[in-house]
Design a protein around this ligand. Structure first.
Ligand SMILES: Cc1cc2nc3c(=O)[nH]c(=O)nc-3n(C[C@H](O)[C@H](O)[C@H](O)COP(=O)(O)OP(=O)(O)OC[C@H]3O[C@@H](n4cnc5c(N)ncnc54)[C@H](O)[C@@H]3O)c2cc1C
Length: 403
């Protein structure tokens, strides 16, 4: 199917949802690294449209605009093949021809010309190897700037969504020396890794919520959240949004549990709250990938039931460019899934722009030794653990990520 008229705005589709009807399903993809991956993703998008008819389909934007062209191409394919495309756009490192805003303006113009009418306005993460985020001279400083820019320069041409963080943005999460001092709300957002307890303290959470309100007041239509695995944390966040006067839809971002290593890496990296029973269950299956996938479906179904009970409009799946777990969850919830999953292409679904190493990644040194990254420093060097040896710090030029 080819669609030529512009997409509807997602917020209008949400407003048209009948009271008491089941939540819609929506999905997110990222740009794959290889041409084969892109071809396979086109096929997956078409298949998933047919199978589950998502309300909208997100396409992520690589850090620093590293996937700009490809994200636009994929979002355009989605639009032309019957999806309502929700294109992510970050404002980090988007200078062009000396103008810190030109690349963003061009991306928005291309999106508009291609029929895309929905944008997820984001700040973006710091580029490879850098921990701290720095604004370019005269450029955007945060997602709020981008929302304002879109509304000032494109009026109501686009529907806009923004990111929300039920447990606080990772930058606002800190280690707690005395966990017994935490308030009930802080406990509800807390996580534990390597015996250390982390949370977004109440005073930091307040700043997060004040800022989120500004993003919505500046013109965002709805919020999509960071992944979470404790639905109580999401419920508390929605209640807080309402207390803060943030009345727009809050769409829960559901990370599909596909693999043990990926789950541990992502939750540790984002300091995501993982209920102890979930971590214990995952640990018990660490060497059984099929059991992990089956459990991912089971856990996802339970989460979605909780979310449906509190009245969410949409179940938004971070698919990791795969389909089995999403189909399994939706099927288990009684949604119609019209085609069977085909993940024979899974190996081609490596993200473009993920070439740099993060904590927990396997890397190979220039001498051919393989190790695991323990720590990344702001200059891109890393502390790397090698089996049977003391960890070593190496400059960025002396190791590369193993895929
Ligand atoms: C749904 C979702 C989709 C995402 N998609 C992508 C993607 O496609 N590509 C990608 O690279 N990354 C993506 N990310 C990650 C995101 O870019 C990072 O989390 C990034 O660090 C912050 O982006 P943001 O838009 O939330 O930033 P902001 O909303 O700008 O906030 C970042 C942090 O800074 C604080 N802050 C910023 N400005 C102010 C201010 N004026 N006053 C007070 N506090 C302020 C906020 O409170 C928050 O802690 C996504 C995240 C989510 C949740």
């Amino acid at each position: 199917m080819t669609t030529t008229s512009p997409d509807p705005k997602i917020i209008d589709l949400l407003k048209a949802k009948e009271d008491g009807s089941k939540p819609f399903a929506s999905i997110e993809f990222f740009p794959p690294r290889t041409e084969v991956g892109v071809k396979n993703l086109f096929a997956r998008m078409d298949r998933m449209k047919e199978a589950i008819n998502p309300l909208f389909t997100d396409m992520t934007w690589g850090a620093g605009g590293s996937t700009a062209e490809l994200t636009l191409k994929l979002a355009t394919h989605a639009h032309e093949h019957g999806h309502v495309a929700n294109m992510h756009l970050t404002c980090t490192n988007m200078e062009k021809d000396g103008d810190p805003k030109k690349a963003v303006h061009e991306a928005l113009t291309t999106a508009k010309n291609n029929g895309i009418r929905n944008i997820v306005a984001l700040r973006g993460d710091p580029p490879a190897g850098e921990e701290e985020w720095k604004a370019a001279e005269g450029g955007f400083t945060c997602a709020l700037d981008l929302v304002e820019y879109i509304r000032e320069n494109f009026g109501q041409e686009f529907g806009i969504s923004v990111a929300g963080y039920p447990e606080g943005h990772p930058n606002a999460i800190s280690e707690i020396a005395d966990p017994s001092s935490m308030s009930e709300a802080e406990k509800g957002r807390s996580s534990t890794f390597d015996g250390k307890v982390f949370t977004c303290k109440d005073e930091d959470y307040k700043k997060e919520m004040d800022y989120l309100k500004k993003k919505v007041d500046a013109g965002a239509d709805f919020i999509i959240t960071q992944m979470f695995f404790d639905t109580k944390a999401f419920g508390a966040f929605v209640e807080d949004c309402r207390k803060w006067g943030i009345l727009c839809p809050v769409v829960p971002g559901l990370m599909c549990i596909n693999a043990y290593a990926g789950f541990c890496k992502m939750t540790k990296f984002c300091k995501t709250r993982v209920p102890a029973s979930l971590q214990a269950k995952m640990d018990s299956m660490k060497d059984d990938p099929d059991a992990v996938k089956a459990f991912g479906v089971e856990y996802g179904i339970e989460m979605c039931k909780d979310l449906t009970a509190i009245g969410v409009d949409v179940l938004h799946f971070y698919t990791l460019n795969l389909e089995k777990v999403t189909y399994g969850i939706l099927g288990g919830l009684g949604y119609e899934v019209k085609t069977a999953a085909d993940e024979s292409d899974a190996a081609s679904m490596v993200a473009k722009g993920s070439a740099w190493a993060r904590v927990g990644d396997q890397v190979k040194t220039n001498d051919g030794a393989t190790g695991t990254v323990l720590e990344i420093f702001s200059n891109g060097s890393a502390k790397i653990a090698f089996e049977g040896k003391e960890p070593v710090s190496l400059p960025k030029s002396q190791f590369s990520k193993v895929f």
